[in-house]
Design a protein around this ligand. Structure first.
Ligand SMILES: [Zn+2]
Length: 451
């Protein structure tokens, strides 16, 4: 079993389109009410509201605001969960304090379980049925289709999308599509838009080749264009609710232009990731890479630390490049092709600090691009040296293809369950005891901003 996400473009009729926008606004108002609730409870009473308090107050909230009775309650819970995630991000130093959102900026909502929606499709086109909203034509094609589990409705750049996660049973590709099975490749993920690889072919003992993959130029061009266009946008008259200024037509046009380009850049990046990971997964049987703990790397710097600014900048670039996304894609593609994905324990091996020839460990600064060993005098490019360490670790620990397949598979299956957690399912939440003592208080007093 594996989880896959498929995005379909939606083509609603004008009546359904209105209803979709109406629901989007209801979710937006709920978001704002929940943020207000947390903010005022903390400011006035010093009480930090948690997710369960808000979830348990939903039934009462619906009695006051009857229009919410027509909205799928699990979808409402999912919106509250989003608020909770935003606050968690803030508490962990990953984001700013959650904002009140305008209808223009609010993207959509999620059905975290199978109620409230139904996808009538076998993976290619078809239509989506949303309760209280209607039927919507959708276009799109899944690489693999299975049992739909969650559905997210999004409004981006004046277009509607449905992002559906599916449980797929059999993901193995036909064996004939693979070329080489028993060679090993090591990948060192750079912090920039580049990664270095080194591999050893079948029946060889020395490293067969190195390669550096750099993000394509057109991607950088698109990103440069985005910068330029958003600068132009900032010169135009933006709307301001406080100053009672309406947006100018030019500003609105500029917003659309920037949004379009951002979508383009995201698509280009995703496409590039798919191309590179496909190539790697078809040519190599085993992939060894550092277990990059993106969560750890993006943890906030300690309070009062001088590096705080610096670290925030680093966090941004790590998340931007989408290393996590790359590794995730690589892992599932490799599994589909029958390969093995191995993450080496960074803490005990330390590829970037170890000499591949003699094993001496010495710390390097991030700016040091060349590995130079004091003990044996070995000189090598920093990333290539890291790859060499990974390969030798792999050959010492995983030697004998027959046995390592089992152990490595056991290793990777734990991380696949980890991936499953991120589908936004509310199953775990319902297992928690419901707390009933919380009275409505602030939420009911907060009028959802008028439509
Ligand atoms: Zn050495």
């Amino acid at each position: 079993m594996a989880t896959r996400r498929v995005t379909f473009r939606l083509y609603p009729t004008s009546l359904v389109n209105q209803k979709l926008h109406y629901h989007r606004k209801l979710h937006k108002d709920l978001w704002n009410a929940a943020v207000y609730n947390r903010k005022t409870q903390y400011q006035k009473l010093g009480h930090s509201v948690n997710y369960y308090e808000q979830q348990n107050s939903l039934p009462e909230f619906k009695q006051t605001w009857v229009e919410y009775q027509d909205v799928n309650s699990q979808a409402l819970q999912a919106t509250l969960k989003r608020v909770d995630l935003a606050f968690q991000r803030f508490f962990n130093g990953l984001g700013k304090y959650p904002k009140f959102k305008s209808a223009r900026k609010y993207k959509g909502w999620t059905y975290p379980a199978i109620s409230g929606w139904k996808a009538h499709t076998t993976g290619k086109h078809g239509y989506l049925e949303l309760s209280k909203i209607g039927q919507i034509q959708m276009r799109g094609e899944a690489r693999l289709w299975g049992q739909p589990t969650t559905c997210t409705i999004m409004f981006k750049n004046r277009k509607w999308y449905a992002s559906i996660t599916v449980e797929v049973d059999n993901v193995l590709l036909k064996k004939s599509r693979r070329t080489k099975v028993s060679n090993v490749i090591a990948i060192d993920m750079g912090c920039l838009d580049a990664l270095t690889t080194a591999w050893i072919d079948e029946e060889e003992t020395e490293i067969t080749g190195y390669a550096q993959v750099i993000a394509p130029k057109f991607l950088r061009k698109t990103e440069a264009k985005i910068k330029k266009l958003s600068k132009e946008k900032r010169r135009k008259r933006a709307p301001s609710f406080k100053k009672k200024i309406k947006a100018s037509k030019r500003w609105k046009k500029a917003v659309l232009r920037v949004g379009k380009l951002q979508t383009k850049a995201a698509n280009q990046r995703q496409d590039w990731i798919h191309q590179v990971t496909k190539r790697i997964s078809f040519r190599h049987g085993t992939v060894v890479t550092e277990a990059l703990n993106v969560k750890n790397m993006t943890k906030k710097a300690k309070k009062g630390s001088k590096r705080k600014r610096q670290k925030t900048g680093l966090n941004k670039s790590i998340l931007d490049v989408g290393i996590g996304k790359f590794l995730q894609t690589l892992e599932y593609k490799l599994k589909e092709a029958g390969g093995v994905y191995v993450e080496l324990p960074t803490k005990s091996v330390k590829p970037s600090q170890t000499c591949p020839k003699c094993g001496t460990q010495k710390k390097k600064e991030l700016s040091e691009r060349v590995h130079q060993c004091d003990d044996c005098g070995y000189i090598q490019h920093r990333d290539k040296a890291a790859c060499e360490v990974m390969l030798s670790w792999a050959f010492n620990n995983l030697s004998g293809c027959g046995t390592h397949l089992v152990s490595a598979d056991g290793h990777s299956s734990t991380s696949s369950t980890h991936v499953r957690k991120d589908t936004g399912s509310m199953k775990q939440l319902s297992q928690m005891k419901r707390q009933k003592h919380y009275s409505m208080g602030e939420v009911a007093e907060t009028p959802p901003s008028t439509r």
